[in-house]
Design a protein around this ligand. Structure first.
Ligand SMILES: NC(=O)c1ccc[n+]([C@@H]2O[C@H](COP(=O)([O-])OP(=O)(O)OC[C@H]3O[C@@H](n4cnc5c(N)ncnc54)[C@H](O)[C@@H]3O)[C@@H](O)[C@H]2O)c1
Length: 260
């Protein structure tokens, strides 16, 4: 039997992109998935396709979280998993970033994760345990320019994950973070291109697809990772492992020298 069979899993930001791919992967393994997203049309379409439930939800609302928990426990009687995936990006130098946008990004990407963790503790305790997977980023492992708000939120998610893991282990609630690298989704479609060799910053030389992140999320939600908590898993093609771009430059220079 799969480690996800009949597990009830909430995926925030699950209407599209990485969240939708994770939900699809888990539904394939027998999970009952709940898509919690601001986007109603996409969210309903994704949930319907997976035989799941859609709840319109803003992760920054504490009252909204109480209502999600009530709806899900009302429908399925329990909550076993939570994927805190909803997020927004930013693309400014600190000197150009507004306080308003900085705070908005933190509210969605970090406070939203805090509220989500807090909301599911009681239902997960009642279920005898659970698994929470927080979606941080490569930007939560290294210092990427143009990401002050986003990077700060994702470093925060990484730390919050570890604190939650040590506090909640006694309730058999596991908490881990995933750190996707550049992944082709609606969030990044304007600045990325799919294809071998088109992302030399990563050791694998390409951007990822949502299904590759969904696979890792599914593993950490499922009972197949029953002894993993407080971990951070980079799913980034090796982007944050080393100086891949230097290697690409050296190879390009060598090729140029050979051809001249
Ligand atoms: N795509 C990448 O390259 C990449 C890399 C690293 C990390 N991530 C992270 O992965 C997660 C998913 O990103 P994606 O690329 O699939 O983006 P996406 O924009 O395709 O999906 C994000 C989803 O979150 C939802 N959302 C935004 N604000 C919300 C709110 N306040 N309440 C509820 N839902 C909200 C959106 O409606 C959308 O459906 C994000 O946390 C993102 O930071 C993405």
């Amino acid at each position: 039997m799969s480690g996800l069979q009949d597990k009830v899993v909430i995926v925030t930001g699950g209407a599209r992109g990485i969240g939708a791919a994770a939900a699809a992967r888990m539904a394939q393994d027998g999970a009952k998935v709940v898509i919690a997203d601001l986007l109603e049309e996409d969210g309903r379409k994704t949930a319907d396709a997976l035989g799941g439930l859609f709840v319109q939800h803003d992760v920054t609302s504490e009252a909204g979280w109480a209502s999600v928990v009530e709806t899900v426990t009302g429908a399925y009687g329990r909550i076993d998993g939570l994927v805190n995936n909803a997020g927004v990006a930013c693309n400014s130098l600190i000197e150009n970033e507004s306080l308003e946008y900085f705070e908005q990004v933190l509210k969605i990407n970090l406070t939203g994760v805090f509220l989500g963790i807090k909301a599911v503790i009681e239902p997960m305790k009642a279920a005898g345990g659970g698994s929470i997977v927080n979606i941080s980023s490569a930007a939560g492992l290294t210092a990427l320019p143009f990401t002050s708000a986003y990077g700060a939120s994702k470093w925060g998610v990484r730390g919050l994950t570890k604190i939650a893991s040590v506090e909640l282990g006694r309730y058999r609630i596991r908490v881990n973070s995933i750190h996707p690298g550049m992944t082709y989704t609606p969030m990044t479609a304007e600045v990325t291109q799919l294809g071998e060799g088109l992302f030399p910053l990563a050791a694998l030389g390409r951007v990822g697809v949502p299904e590759e992140i969904g696979e890792a999320i599914s593993f950490l939600v499922s009972a197949d990772s029953s002894y993993v908590t407080g971990a951070e898993l980079a799913v980034d093609g090796g982007w944050t492992t080393g100086e891949n771009v230097m290697l690409a430059q050296v190879e390009a220079q060598t090729a140029e020298a050979r051809s001249s």
